[in-house]
Design a protein around this ligand. Structure first.
Ligand SMILES: Cc1cc2nc3c(=O)[nH]c(=O)nc-3n(C[C@H](O)[C@H](O)[C@H](O)COP(=O)(O)OP(=O)(O)OC[C@H]3O[C@@H](n4cnc5c(N)ncnc54)[C@H](O)[C@@H]3O)c2cc1C
Length: 458
């Protein structure tokens, strides 16, 4: 007996410019493996598309066969959404990029990673802010919002998105910008993969040559954590800061006797004049004698250090927004990180504000711009039997840290159910997304994502 969709997949192979990879083809196991470990889906076919026409063929295949469709860019979905047991539409071979130096804009295909885009734009002294990790795909991070090293200076990634090419559920390719399909343009800036497949983005680029920043590791105490947050808040907007409170990992730059000690692993980036950058970083260096200080002027792409090949962590996590990290919160972080039995655990503090906060909450589908910090609590594990214990630890610490209304960043949500997707999309955003979804994807073809179902009549 043949598998569902076999004939249709055969027919698709003859239409494609790209490559279809089935269970019997070379490279199948590698192609079905996403960044996160513990995800073992066996797609009927993985289609590496070579352009919008291929994408349209794959969408038709999903419609005609009823097989579940997953869309993959960089493969870093925290929820495991970039692979399915049906069809994987894999954009990772689509990496064309066209920089227009004069207008300071670029069209980029969505198979690029943040690191690849950044390196190509830096050849012209230009750049866009993505996240803290170079291997993350520009597709997923942009569609969810994009919070990274330039968040306070230039805003979220979507604040530099000028236009996109979107293939919708009926297979049409649309140019989308503020004037053309403005409803879709609103939805793709924060609404994730709900409303279509983005094949190309057009970004505004900023002058971005040398930055001052990198990694700074400080001892973590309630005092240093509270002060780190206060300094990150008081810093000029050129400086964006992330503080990862965690046991010091056994990395080569950490003295051996300090491995496992609780530290703030700070990731800092000052995008501006080098002297002013040194001044802005000085208060962080002064918080305590650093365990390691690797802050330095650097070409912007070096903010993304090389990554370990074949690293597929398994983790439980909770993403949230808070309005402050007070002393009680800082004390809870230190105390609880000390009690977890996870081989690695972290409380990540990301200062928001600046340019991201000057855009109104309802201007895009990312609705949390008025919050002061994003916090992510995570525990890595090796043995799946330990998941319930680590989940309870994560949830307990997260609820202790909540200050202000509950919210979630869609790009850091795991597979946590509809109520949590609703935390990412408060009522007004949810209703508007559901209406756009009704117009462009009424059958919910794009549902393997942080799903907002189409609004139904009545
Ligand atoms: C190690 C790590 C570090 C991270 N750091 C940051 C950070 O600093 N800042 C931040 O904002 N986020 C960060 N993230 C979260 C990241 O933005 C999301 O996981 C994002 O979805 C990954 O995009 P991707 O293309 O790599 O993933 P994929 O798994 O390929 O895609 C994720 C989902 O996005 C949708 N999607 C992706 N591309 C398209 C497309 N072209 N068209 C339509 N739908 C699409 C699909 O629904 C897909 O399931 C991080 C994630 C990891 C694992």
């Amino acid at each position: 007996m043949s598998l569902p969709g076999t004939a249709a997949i055969q027919e698709l192979r003859s239409q494609l410019r790209g490559r279809a990879i089935g269970p019997d083809d070379d490279g199948y196991d590698q192609a079905r493996t996403p960044f996160y470990g513990g995800i073992d889906r066996r797609p009927a076919v993985i289609v590496r598309t070579a352009g919008a026409t291929d994408v349209s063929h794959v969408i038709r295949l999903a419609r005609d066969t009823g097989l579940e469709l997953a869309v993959r860019g960089g493969g870093h979905s925290v929820a495991g959404h970039s692979v399915s047991d049906g069809i994987v539409l894999d954009l990772s071979a689509m990496k064309a990029m066209d920089v227009d130096v004069e207008s300071r804009t670029a069209w980029a295909e969505t198979g690029l990673t943040a690191g690849e885009f950044t390196t190509a734009a830096a050849a012209h002294g230009l750049g866009v802010g993505f996240g803290d990790t170079g291997s993350v795909g520009i597709g997923g991070i942009t569609l969810g919002g994009g919070v990274g090293y330039l968040v306070r200076k230039h805003g979220l990634t979507i604040d530099d998105l000028l236009a996109a090419e979107i293939v919708t559920a009926d297979g049409d390719t649309l140019h989308v910008d503020a004037d053309t399909h403005p409803d879709l343009f609103w939805a793709i800036r924060g609404g994730g993969g709900n409303v279509g497949v983005a094949t190309r983005f057009r970004f505004r680029l900023h002058e971005l040559d040398t930055v001052v920043g990198g990694r700074l590791m400080l001892p973590a105490t309630p005092e240093t954590i509270e002060a780190f947050v206060a300094e990150a808040d008081a810093a000029p907007e050129e400086l964006s800061a992330i503080g990862n409170v965690m046991p010091a990992p056994p990395m080569p730059f950490v003295p051996e006797e300090r491995h496992g000690e609780l530290v703030i692993f700070g990731l800092l980036c000052y995008a501006g004049d080098a002297d002013a950058g040194e001044q802005a970083l000085a208060p962080f260096r002064a918080l305590a004698e650093p365990v390691a200080d690797m802050l330095r002027p650097m070409p912007y792409p070096e903010i993304y250090p090389p990554e370990e090949e074949g690293y597929h962590p398994t983790a439980v996590a909770r993403t949230m927004f808070v309005d402050e990290v007070d002393r009680a919160a800082a004390e809870a972080i230190v105390e609880r990180l000390g009690t977890s039995t996870a081989p690695m655990r972290v409380t990540q503090l990301r200062m928001l504000g600046g340019a991201a906060a000057r855009v109104p909450n309802d201007a895009t589908a990312f609705a949390h711009r008025d919050r002061r910090l994003m916090v992510n609590v995570a525990a890595l594990y090796e043995d799946p039997a330990e998941v319930p214990a680590h989940q309870a630890w994560v949830d307990g610490l997260a609820s202790t840290l909540q200050r202000g209304p509950v919210g979630a960043y869609v790009n850091f949500l795991g597979d946590e159910g509809e109520a949590r997707v609703h935390d990412a999309y408060p009522d007004a955003t949810w209703d508007r997304l559901a209406e756009v979804k009704r117009r462009y994807d009424p059958t919910n073809l794009f549902r393997r994502n942080q799903n907002v179902p189409p609004r139904t009549a009545g």
